[in-house]
Design a protein around this ligand. Structure first.
Ligand code: 13P
Length: 252
């Protein structure tokens, strides 16, 4: 049995003050059993959130990190810096980072290795653009991204990573992928993992869907056999909406 995981990706939203407010509103309500709850906040809000969420069921995630231990990388944050704050998860290879910050399959792979080395759980994002989808390349793209991100890992390490399938055309557009289509692509990702790391490992890896997930549609995704949760942007920014998403994910 895979435990569902609902993660909010706040992107570049919320000051420290706003993050504290969210945590005070959400922490008491985030008690649903059988679902892991994560908030991936901007770096500046992580320390304050660690304080506000202490003793709650909501775990802390970051949205990116550098792969090096330390060094002359102006503006970057290392894995150890995140661990020190109490961060448990880190989103890697989000399409916005691939698109606007030149992240490549190779750098995502380096980051995945670094995260695991430091005991952080990577939430690895894969997904096709509208252009790629229309050209019939969805399967090839997610295969390539998944294979590259996990390259060089042991099956025992892959077991604990989280993959988020986020079709780029569904992010922040209100155009969500149908639950059936998302499930089909996620099943392909699971096949890729099975081919490289064995069937048992593939059955253990949790794969989320992301892209315009809302309280109104989360249950349709969770009803699919291969979808183990959601990575949610816009609808994770308001405490009440986040709690509804958690409740929806707990239906699994
Ligand atoms: P939205 O939920 O706002 O579409 O964003 C999805 C996303 O990119 C989560 O990482």
């Amino acid at each position: 049995m895979r435990t569902p995981i609902l993660a909010g990706n706040w992107k570049m939203f919320k000051t420290i003050q706003e993050a504290r407010q969210f945590a005070r509103e959400a922490r008491a309500g985030a008690t649903a059993d059988g679902v892991q709850k994560v908030i991936c906040a901007p770096f500046t809000a992580l320390s304050a959130l660690a304080e506000e969420l202490q003793g709650s069921q909501i775990a802390l995630g970051a949205q990116n990190m550098h792969f090096a231990e330390q060094g002359a990388y102006t503006g970057e944050i290392s894995p150890a810096m995140l661990v020190e704050i109490g961060v448990k998860y880190v989103i890697l290879g989000h399409s916005e980072r691939r698109q606007y910050f030149n992240e490549t399959d190779e750098s995502v792979n380096q980051k995945v290795h670094a995260a695991i080395k430091h005991g952080l759980v990577p939430i690895i994002c894969v997904g096709e653009s509208l252009e790629q989808r229309e050209a019939g390349e969805t399967e090839a793209v997610v295969r390539r991204q998944t294979e590259a991100a996990l390259s060089g890992l042991e099956a025992s390490q892959v077991r604990d990573v989280i993959i988020a399938y986020e079709p780029i055309w569904a992010i922040g557009t209100g155009k969500s992928s149908s639950a059936e289509e998302a499930n089909e692509t996620i099943a392909i990702i699971r096949q890729v993992i099975a081919a490289f790391f064995g069937h048992q490992t593939a059955e253990q890896v949790r794969i989320q869907y992301g892209g315009s997930v809302k309280p109104e549609n989360i249950e349709s995704y969770m009803a699919q056999p291969d979808i183990d949760g959601a990575l949610v942007g816009g609808a994770s920014l308001v405490a009440d909406s986040f709690l509804q998403l958690v409740a929806g994910a707990a239906q699994k």
